[in-house]
Design a protein around this ligand. Sequence first.
Ligand SMILES: NC(=O)c1ccc[n+]([C@@H]2O[C@H](COP(=O)([O-])OP(=O)(O)OC[C@H]3O[C@@H](n4cnc5c(N)ncnc54)[C@H](OP(=O)(O)O)[C@@H]3O)[C@@H](O)[C@H]2O)c1
Length: 282
Amino acid sequence: MTAQTLDGKALAKRIGEQLKTEFAALKAAGKPAHLVSLSVGRDESSDWYVNNQKKAAEKLGVAYTAERMDAASTHEQVAARIREICARKDVTGMILQLPLPKGLDANELAKVIAPAKNVEGVDPDNLGHLMMKQYRNLPCTARAAIELAAESGVDFRGKHAVVLGRSVIVGKPAALLLLDKDCTVTLCHSRTPNLAEICRQADILVTAMGAKPGVVNGDYVKPGAIVVDVATIAVEGGKYAGDCDWESVSKVAAWASPVPGGVGSVTTQILFKNTLETLKRQ
Ligand SMILES: NC(=O)c1ccc[n+]([C@@H]2O[C@H](COP(=O)([O-])OP(=O)(O)OC[C@H]3O[C@@H](n4cnc5c(N)ncnc54)[C@H](OP(=O)(O)O)[C@@H]3O)[C@@H](O)[C@H]2O)c1
């Protein structure tokens, strides 16, 4: 068997085209979108994301303002700035860029962002609504992973889904989204014994570990499974690899997502999908 590719770039392009039309319609109706990004200090990879988001916003016709505070800012100073940004009527969404300088707690600051404007969806309010299946802003990467899996045309109902990784931004929300689609879900982590054996039971396998490139090989995959690789692991030459060993996984799976060109390509568009949906609700 040779797996068909879950093509993140193609899905991102389709989502982008749809979003562009919808943002234009909202703007014409007097509801323009405006995203504000707040960075504290400098971080190379985070600055890369900001640039990427800025370019995507331009293409979609969304106003994007990138703000930066001094690396020595205190919790209170950053919290006060977040409150000011969120209080502005012209700001429809905000992103607090990570990582933050040492001494600042990302979880505590995420709680300060007005939930309706937190387009990344990782705060107690948005996550609580996910838990209750009353979706508001969903964590972007988890949502991107499930939307990419859906590209296979799979009927999720009754399928066994295995998720590798239990982080708040990817693993846990991905597991909840799969549960809401009537999958039977197994959530694995670094203390899970017999990982390969559990993974081989998966009709849908979502890997989000990011520890070592290619650890998930063909032995972890049930023949005909759908495999979504969320991980982005920096490797030599400025390149990125995933959790999965594409060579062997693609010989067993029916569908598999590559790294790069898979989930990562979809995530930015999902950020703007959240931006659109939250604007419609405001
Ligand atoms: N494509 C995108 O847009 C995007 C966005 C966000 C993240 N990512 C990537 O996704 C990956 C995961 O990100 P994250 O933020 O969720 O990372 P994280 O917070 O470090 O969580 C990693 C999870 O994987 C588990 N894990 C690590 N090694 C394992 C092993 N050998 N066996 C089983 N489980 C193992 C950990 O278990 P414990 O809980 O027991 O420690 C943890 O739950 C990273 O590569 C990250 O770069 C991609």
